[in-house]
Design a protein. Structure first.
Length: 538
């Protein structure tokens, strides 16, 4: 009985403690809601007292002459129509951000900013009307127009159905611009949510827009950025886009990148489907290429779009395994001889080691001392020249083949691994583990003031189809590379995959990656205003 009594008391204690905690939580939530509601009311009253809100709760903002000058940029678009549209979008974003920042001054709200960035705005304004403003985790989409009376709020489909572009709230903005007087104003007529546009609007399949009647707009603009504190923002589901294949992207860029008096958006729904068009715009690199093409700043060949222009010779790398090199490419040994680094120089550097003082490469017994040296536990800077020499004199020697295979199996150093694989191919042609290497002297003209550079590409098989690729820049006759030399690997579309810069006192700069049989890539070497590009096929 005593045990049961204690047990009952324990359960009652737990029950009342839980009830007390729940009541405290409810009071805390009520306090937080009341605090937010008070904040909303005070903010709305403040807006109206400041004169930013009229009785119908629409927001008015004045442009300054400085903002109008800042917004104008005549050379950033392909035609006059796009130039004016870009100007209106830029002016709209400048005016709205200025008013919003002034409104939020002294509050804890995050700093609003243009998405994706001020610099990227022209790549969007060239083809689609509208500007995105990121406001913490909220995105506002401004849709400016110069119409005097809003009969219908039309939002380009791109701002709704491209997942990375979609906003939370969409704002129709009426623009009144007086270029002669250098002043103007903008009026935000209300807003709609993403959910509204997807669920309750009319879809225009010809113009590719979502349309709302003016009476469907929410005019309580003062609470726009405060409402999401009380309830989560609601976005309708948007289907993910399939990234375009390289050939499809090339075709679209060639088709839509031609400069014209009309936006390529007019061709969406006629001879270009919306999904391919949207996927192209969703990719920042493709969008930038489209912009560059329409401005005639680059050609299809210059931006590296595969299959759209006649290329210079593409180096077929798999031919190197059979010692077949394209014009301009050589073995590294031939280039070393050209720069005065003969075999004797390599051998001379090793003569400080026991057993190599009298090393004569023209004698049959020269192989054994090199094998002994390579089997010893020395640093890679000793092993590298020894491996190179063994590759020149050890052809067909079983012990030399075994030694290079042993190095490949045991070393953790990638330079030594590649060197051993390449020289294994020299002494045992056809070995499935053998690597290949080619080199080319690079001339960047006056930037190098007569200095030479060597581009070296090394291949190492990783299976039936995959190949490890190492791209390396070395100085020719000099000890160090020029500072600021850039080595870049580009994919088939011309998009940068990886890059590296040389610093002062760098003797080499290199990049490594893997690719499958049939993969195309480009290597760009640049210094200052000069550059060269080499095309490769695995």
């Amino acid at each position: 009985m005593l045990w049961e009594r204690q047990n009952q008391i324990c359960h009652l204690t737990i029950f009342f403690e839980s009830f007390r905690l729940s009541a405290r939580k409810i009071r805390s939530q009520e306090t937080e809601i009341n605090r937010k509601m008070k904040y909303i009311i005070e903010t709305r009253e403040s807006l109206q007292l400041d004169g930013m809100m009229e009785s119908n709760e629409q927001m008015w903002l004045q442009f300054s002459s400085e903002q109008m000058k800042q917004a104008w940029s005549q050379d950033m678009y392909s035609n006059n129509s796009a130039n004016w549209k870009g100007y209106i979008n830029r002016l709209c974003s400048l005016g709205f951000l200025s008013g919003l920042k002034e409104l939020l001054e002294g509050t804890l709200h995050p700093e609003p900013s243009v998405w994706p960035s001020e610099e990227d705005m022209p790549t969007i304004s060239e083809v689609v009307n509208g500007t995105a403003i990121d406001f913490g985790e909220t995105r506002l989409i401004l849709i400016p127009s110069e119409i005097e009376e809003l009969d219908e709020f039309s939002v380009p489909r791109e701002w709704v159905d491209i997942p990375s572009w979609a906003g939370d709230y969409y704002l129709p903005v009426q623009m009144v611009v007086d270029e002669e007087a250098y002043n103007g104003e903008m009026r935000v007529l209300g807003y709609a949510t993403h959910w509204q546009l997807k669920q309750n609007s009319k879809y225009d399949s010809v113009a590719e827009t979502y349309c709302l009647e003016p009476e469907d707009l929410i005019t309580d603009f003062a609470t726009l950025w405060l409402a999401q504190q009380l309830r989560p923002r609601r976005k309708a589901a948007v289907a993910e886009l399939t990234a375009p294949k390289v050939d499809e992207a090339s075709r679209l860029l060639q088709q839509l990148g031609q400069p014209s008096l009309y936006s390529p958006r007019h061709r969406v729904g006629i001879d270009v489907g919306f999904e391919p068009w949207a996927a192209l715009l969703a990719n920042p690199a493709y969008r930038q290429k489209l912009y560059q093409l329409r401005l005639k700043k680059e050609s299809m060949e210059e931006i590296g779009i595969a299959g759209t222009a006649t290329r210079k010779t593409t180096v077929k790398l798999r031919e190197w395994f059979d010692s077949v090199y394209a014009t301009g490419w050589q073995t590294i040994e031939e280039i070393w001889e050209q720069f005065g680094v003969p075999e004797a120089n390599l051998a001379y550097g090793l003569r400080g080691h026991p057993g190599l003082k009298e090393l004569r490469l023209d004698k049959p017994d020269a192989v054994q001392p090199l094998i002994s040296l390579l089997r010893s536990n020395l640093d890679k800077w000793t092993h590298l020249p020894a491996v190179e020499l063994l590759g020149r004199i050890g052809r067909g020697n079983p012990e030399a083949i075994a030694t290079l295979t042993y190095i490949m199996d045991t070393t953790l150093d990638k330079d030594l691994l590649r060197c051993a694989a390449v020289n294994l191919g020299k002494i045992d042609p056809g070995n499935p583990r053998a690597g290949a290497r080619g080199a080319k002297v690079i001339d960047l003209g006056l930037q190098l003031e007569g200095r030479s550079l060597v581009l070296i590409v090394t291949l190492l098989p990783k299976g039936d189809r995959e190949t490890s690729v190492n791209v390396k820049m070395e100085p020719g006759r000099e000890k160090y590379l020029p500072s600021g030399l850039q080595l870049t690997v580009l994919d088939e579309t011309g998009l940068e995959v990886m890059g590296a810069y040389s610093r002062s006192a760098d003797s080499a700069v290199q990049l490594g990656f893997s690719g499958d049989r049939g993969d195309f890539f480009r290597v760009k070497v640049s210094l200052g205003e000069s550059s060269i590009v080499e095309d490769f096929l695995l």
